[in-house]
Design a protein around this ligand. Structure first.
Ligand code: ADP
Length: 389
């Protein structure tokens, strides 16, 4: 029996997973990774092994989100008889102000995490559903929670608070920041490949369906574009990004929208989708070449540049800009547009390096180094699970 850890990332419509064998010094080495997509609808299991095998099949006889996750975990247990799962690590969206590190899950931790549902009502319940399903399928196995908020617990207080009456802060209304597992991975990767930059002032742009940016100094988070919820900051696939709170008051008072309608608009109908009227998917917009698609891209790029300026101010300078996430890793066009407007701050993209898609994208003379690094949130979860097993 070989020791393994399983990393789970349960979302509203998908469960991403990765299975790692623990090799020398408990280092996780990836064996399988994949996802169940269309949870609660027509779930399908897609997976690839490190050895090149692949699975693409429907998960029949499951109706609900929970049933599909349970069916997958049962299948994993039955089909991998030669492995011993030492720990299961979970991506948990919200760790509040309490958790700044991954933690072994017990009843009291679960109670605390339940208490954070009001902070992330659209996301936290899915994290908890993944934990419940994994505890039922693998009873007695160590479960570890890894938080999207944890990496940001080092923000100085000015980046942790809003200028509201103090009682809101006491209740937990703070600038938490998200995508922390991705920032943690990129930061650790920088320490390996460019220790000098790791020690410096780095802005990381995580540009996926969800998107945010984080200012990191010497490996510690200083500020993020996301605050209390996963709505703030950059426009995203379907989320609005930064919004004057007066707009929400207008929606309620003048448009007569309910809280649910406003949440639906801000989370599911805004961002790239809302502006373009076509799609939330950047590839589709880049290919569409319609005036509204171009406007959506222009707004997206403009907000990234604005935040880059703001985060550089929070760091009192910038030594490196790192792109990651589906758009940041793959779209040379978006990276080029962002950097074209940032020469004033010392950012100079090398066009052909950018088009070739290597790791270093800046010119040799650029004062700020530009990098593209694929993120790997599951690896951060697996390392934590291995450590705490
Ligand atoms: P998630 O946040 O769901 O993990 P991803 O990090 O996979 O999302 O990012 C998805 C986004 O990345 C989509 O908007 C997709 O169009 C975009 N994307 C992926 N590849 C490319 C590409 N080659 N060019 C432009 N955009 C891309």
């Amino acid at each position: 029996m070989t020791d393994h850890v399983l990393a789970l990332n349960a979302g509203s419509s998908s469960l991403k997973f990765a299975l790692y064998e623990l090799v020398e010094d408990n280092r996780p080495s990836m064996r399988w990774r994949g996802q169940i997509e269309r949870l609660g609808d027509a779930p399908r299991l897609l997976a690839q092994s490190a050895g090149g095998r692949s699975i693409n099949e429907p998960l029949t006889d499951t109706k609900t989100h929970d049933e599909a996750i349970r069916a997958f975990l049962k299948m994993a247990r039955e089909n991998l008889p030669d492995i011993h799962v030492r720990a299961i690590g979970h991506r948990v969206v919200h760790g509040g102000a309490v958790f700044s590190e991954p933690v072994r899950i017990d009843d009291s931790v679960l109670d605390t995490l339940n208490g954070f549902i009001p902070f992330a009502p659209l996301h936290q319940p899915y994290s908890l559903a993944g934990i419940r399903a994994a505890s039922a399928a693998f009873p007695g196995t160590t479960q570890v929670a890894c938080f999207d908020t944890a990496f940001h617990r080092t923000h100085p207080w000015v980046n942790d608070t809003f200028a509201l009456p103090q009682r809101f802060y006491e209740k937990g209304v703070r600038r938490y920041g998200f995508h922390g597992l991705s920032y943690d991975y990129i930061s650790q990767k920088l320490q390996d490949i460019a220790p000098g930059l790791y020690e410096g002032r780095v802005v990381i742009a995580h540009l996926g369906n969800g998107a945010s940016m984080c200012a990191v100094s010497g490996g510690r988070a200083v500020a993020s574009t996301m605050g209390f919820s996963a709505l703030d900051g950059l426009p995203m696939g379907t989320r609005s990004g930064q919004l004057d709170p007066g707009v929400v008051l207008y929606m309620m008072q003048q448009d007569g929208m309910t809280a649910e309608e406003i949440a639906d608009t801000l989370y599911r109908k805004s961002g790239l989708l809302g502006l373009s009227g076509i799609s939330s998917d950047m590839r589709t917009l880049l290919a569409a070449d319609t005036p509204d698609a171009r406007k959506a891209i222009e707004y997206y790029v403009f907000r990234i540049r604005r935040e880059l300026g703001a985060l550089s101010a929070a760091l009192e300078g910038i030594d490196a800009l790192v792109f990651t996430g589906g758009i940041g890793e793959n779209s040379a066009a978006i990276r080029q547009m962002v950097c074209d407007g940032m020469r004033w701050i010392g950012i100079e993209m090398d066009k052909s390096r950018n088009a070739d898609g290597g790791t270093v994208l800046s010119t040799d003379l650029s004062r700020v180094r530009i990098l593209a690094i694929p993120t790997n949130e599951e690896m951060i979860i697996a390392r934590a699970a291995a450590r705490l097993a």
